[in-house]
Design a protein. Structure first.
Lengths: 346, 346
């Protein structure tokens, strides 16, 4: 692992720990306990807190403070005064968690972060309500940062439209599963809505709250969109190229389950009968050799390279968008996070 | 029907029509169509629009404009400038609709407003997503009224905490169904959270947006809480006292299904074995005579009168809270709505 990669991992871990300390302060288990325990359950089960980390690093870079030295609860703004950046960071994490809880119901996924999904650990009603509670809590958090009122309104508009876009993306994702033909462009649009807009919100909301100009806010939003899309594409690639032991699940499971990814959608455009790439129709029964052959075929028609290049282009664009920030350590770490998202191999 | 009752009904219908005209403007069916059609489905199925009516009437009274003469989209504020009161009214209606969609999933209710519930007409995933979409749309609407930024932040804080409270109330409602002993006080607290806070939001948010002082905002919030609680208690009473033909369902069905209401909780405190009041355990098989006997027993121990008096006291308190408003026709109609909620017999 390179020195820079290690620096980025350390930066993420340090901010993750701060977020984890703040969570029980702002989201205590209170009456009715059952509801708040269920709302906290997935949050407490872990997670890298990548989106809050991006939010906090943007704030640190914009104000040019030495990383981790400022009090996130009383963070200086560009216009004088203070704003609670931790409250904003929690808003983003809590929205991410709400979408995971509801998505797991829709996909009937049994496991998340190594523990039972909320609707399995509790029940359907509790999971719906826990998600709904986190939803309003996120707005409470983002309305209570103490930033200037105009900034607060703008930041909350971003959060509200982001949530609407996420619902649209999830709706498209479900629709695409039932469709025969989806183009790579449609897939990338779905990924933008379902995944990338929340990175866009995480990167732009601190700039809005702290009083940055419109050009800076827009560039940071685009940084978030770029890295968010690259993140999803890398997930698709890892499923094909990372050994099962390292992946924590069967390599190639997306192929076995006929899941549409940027790789398979490109291959289909090249005339590959993607549904026939793997004959075995259960993840348990498929052999490594069969996956190897399928991946080799995808490589031959250029689909692996296409997805990798698309991801690399997005990261390059993302880093270019960071040039609106002062040249400091926090910006260097944000560039590192962009690389980290496509260099990670698990 | 009294003249005043007719005036109140006319006032509600007139504002309902305005709300119905505005809905497709602010919530058009757009891509992905499936999601937005499902989000509009229950809204388009009908509804009295009582909460938006309360919101619009408070605005009219505060600014002392002749009812229905002002442009709700460009409504004058107390501080100069304009604010879109229709957008605020839609925010409240859309939150109400989101909670109905998700509650119907939790209770597995098949019908709502005479049509299949969203999760029956579509499916579980679509219903969860439609509710989630309306949730963020409500914040979009309330962030975009054009009111002063500080007012906008305060109004959205009210909306966010209201949504959190509604989730808490629904969680308590589910919990109470599994508990043997619930006190009338606990029941009233649950009703406050589940039902009344949204009336509180509907009555206070226009005052916040338009620049009223804190005392006025608080009094209007309490008006909403009062009438919201009274509304639920009246629902409980109607189930016992209104003929089945008029009710549109079997009279006494709450008793047959052992649903806890303020009436039955009071009766239990008087030593009545409420579970045994009606022997028949299906709504289809119960006889009118059996219901008559049960209601007579509830009347004897004072439970009907207790609930009626509690409702009347709440309405009196609600009307007193309206005294912060100028003495004008809109206030007269808001008083009338309070009466209307407990005088209605269907």
């Amino acid at each position: 692992m390179s020195e820079r990669h290690q620096q980025v991992e350390d930066a993420i871990v340090a901010r993750r720990d701060r977020v984890n300390d703040a969570l029980p302060e702002d989201l205590p288990v209170q009456k009715p306990d059952h509801l708040y325990e269920a709302s906290r359950y997935l949050l407490d089960a872990g997670g890298k807190r990548l989106r809050p980390t991006v939010l906090l690093l943007v704030a640190e870079s914009l104000l040019d403070v030495d990383p981790l030295t400022a009090d996130y609860r009383d963070f200086p703004t560009l216009e004088g005064g203070q704003a609670d950046m931790m409250s904003a960071a929690l808003a983003i994490e809590v929205i991410q968690t709400f979408t995971l809880i509801h998505d797991d119901i829709m996909d009937d996924d049994a496991l998340r972060r190594g523990v039972p999904a909320v609707h399995k650990e509790y029940d359907l009603s509790t999971a719906i309500l826990a998600g709904d509670t986190l939803y309003s809590k996120a707005f409470e958090f983002l309305l209570e940062t103490g930033a200037a009122h105009e900034r607060t309104v703008d930041a909350n508009k971003r959060l509200a439209t982001t949530c609407t876009r996420i619902c649209e993306g999830q709706s498209l994702d479900i629709e695409f599963e039932q469709r025969d033909v989806v183009t790579p462009e449609e897939y990338l649009e779905m990924v933008e809505l379902k995944t990338a807009v929340l990175y866009g919100a995480a990167a732009s909301i601190p700039a809005t709250l702290l009083g940055a100009d419109e050009q800076t806010v827009d560039a940071l939003y685009n940084y978030g969109l770029d890295v968010g899309r690259a993140f999803q594409i890398q997930d698709d690639l890892l499923d094909l190229t990372t050994p099962s032991e390292k992946l924590g699940k069967q390599r190639g499971s997306d192929l076995v389950e006929n899941k549409q990814t940027l790789v398979t959608l490109h291959a289909r455009q090249q005339g590959v009968d993607v549904g026939d790439l793997v004959d075995t129709d259960s993840v348990e029964a498929v052999s490594e050799a069969e996956i190897d052959d399928a991946v080799e075929r995808l490589r031959e028609v250029g689909s692996i390279e296409y997805a990798r290049q698309t991801g690399q282009d997005l990261i390059a664009s993302g880093k270019q968008n960071l040039e609106v920030l002062p040249d400091n350590e926090a910006r260097y770490l944000l560039e590192g996070i962009a690389n980290y998202l496509v260099e990670r191999d698990y």
